[in-house]
Design a protein around this ligand. Sequence first.
Ligand SMILES: *Cc1c(COP(=O)(O)O)cnc(C)c1O
Length: 358
Amino acid sequence: MSLQYRTGLQDIPSYDAAPERIWGIQINANECNMPMPPLVEERVLTRLSRVAFNRYPNEQYADLVEQIAKNFRLQSDQILIGSGSSEIIEKLFYCFGGSPEKKIVYPDPSFSMYHIYAKAAQATAVEVPLEADMTLDIDKFVSAVVDNQASLAVICNPNNPTGTVLSVSDIQYIADNIPESTAFLVDEAYVEFYGKSATGLLKDYPNLIIARTFSKAYGLAATRVGYMLASRAITDMIGKAYMPYHMNTLSLVTADICYQMRQEFVPHIQIMISERKRMAEQVKQLKGFAVYPSETNFLLVHNNDIDGLIERLEANDIGVRKFGKDSRLADCVRISMGTREENDTWYAVCKAFSEGRA
Ligand SMILES: *Cc1c(COP(=O)(O)O)cnc(C)c1O
């Protein structure tokens, strides 16, 4: 007997980030490896103890929206909150997809989920290959968008998994040269490590959409909270795709307090940035290793014997992000920055590997 699933569901690849194993050193998902700042944690726990579990999360949603709006000097109706920026991105693909005539353009390699969301939305994915050095030729990207009359163009900036960036003027160049009828999503999941955001362009480009997350720099991956900023015309339409009360109060109040206290996270972010710089410098010196320039909390590391390296790391209970054999990143691993001590540990394994020691 075969069940009558939705057309195309069979061809959607399964989500590959589900952990097959919990590692002693978990540096495969770009999580923050530091606990919440104690002052923030105390406030969060107190607030959680006062949650009205019998009520739908109306007020708490509005409170977080209002805070975000204030910070960006936007109207509240220009903001949507999602269950992670994953939900936001998935909804955008859904809303700008729906049939193969809808083309969604994004670079490759980039966030692996874009491919899956495009398929799930029954849209046609148009991937623009990055150059050999993993930078994006913005003219090639613009041409792909224009030639395909894309419904949605997506740039991840800084880019996961390469760590590379476009400048705000590059983003503006793309916005200036793609049709107004193409929605333009900039996924800023790692922007806190880069410091340069395209949010300033929102007022001039009604087709621009920015997605942000609390999962990476703010270390709230467990709560699943992200948000998008756009013109009201866009949020009105995308808002239709969400279920009522899709965000839960526990996550909303936690994110709300972390956002109010975001200054407390600045030292954490600075540590992650300085660790990334320190590790990039060290890994670069190792024989057989190359590192792509990164403005994130992770490094994309190249080695000709990638299987050997991964085997050695895993034997030491260190979990890193691997890429498929048919991927352009087949000879790379992505390593998220852990604590200083964790970083010293994985580096020591890499060093021993490069020197041919067991
Ligand atoms: C991690 C990540 C996201 C999604 O994170 P959420 O936890 O769903 O908020 C989105 N885009 C990129 C590029 C990411 O790396």
